[in-house]
Design a protein. Structure first.
Length: 192
């Protein structure tokens, strides 16, 4: 039996997880989540809510979002159909990585998952039609605690790889605030 692959990202706290797949003539099998296996790899986040999004069109952007304490959410993101470019941005005041972003392609084909810790903005753009994303959350959704930053804010300079495709946004994401206006509720000290 193969073992799970756990890789750190350039932003401390962000983790890439790739569970092994086992294929035979019927197809394949994968254990997508096992709390004990992750705990043995140093990941002890408790997840209490699962979300499922389906995006019909290429270029659909969801994000950049966060939830403030006491409802701060860590997320474990994976794609069950299609492909996304998934992005995290460090918003922990005092962090040596504050304002830096990391992006990775998650797809049905590669089976990778991204652990998004609290203290980060999170968002993604779809790269295939009818893309479906599942993600586990460590807290329930709380509109009173949610925040957002505009996905294309020039101060962040995120390369979403849209390559001429017009971004499709929800009205809420289209109205998201500027990076410079963000009053982050997270500090580096809390995360350590």
């Amino acid at each position: 039996m193969g073992s799970i692959t756990v890789e750190t990202t350039p932003l401390p706290g962000g983790v890439l997880i790739t569970p092994p797949r086992f294929a035979d003539n019927r197809g394949d099998f994968c254990e997508t989540y096992n709390a004990e296996t992750l705990a043995n790899s140093g990941i002890d986040t408790v997840f209490i809510q699962d979300n499922h999004s389906r995006s019909r069109f290429v270029g659909t952007v969801r994000g950049l979002h966060f939830q403030a304490p006491p409802k701060a959410q860590a997320k474990l993101v994976r794609v069950i159909r299609g492909r996304i470019f998934d992005v995290i941005v460090d918003i922990r005041v005092g962090s040596p990585h504050f304002g830096q972003w990391f992006g990775v392609e998650l797809s049905e084909a590669n089976g990778r998952q991204l652990l998004v810790p609290t203290g980060f903005l999170h968002g993604f753009v779809t790269r295939e039609p009818d893309t479906e994303v599942l993600y586990k959350c460590s807290q329930t959704y709380s509109p009173a605690h949610e925040g957002a930053v505009r996905f294309d804010d020039p101060a962040l300079n995120i390369d979403w790889g849209l390559d001429g495709v017009d971004a499709i946004l929800s009205p809420k994401d289209a109205a998201a605030g500027a990076w410079r206006a963000l009053n982050s509720p997270f500090t580096w000290e809390q995360a350590r």
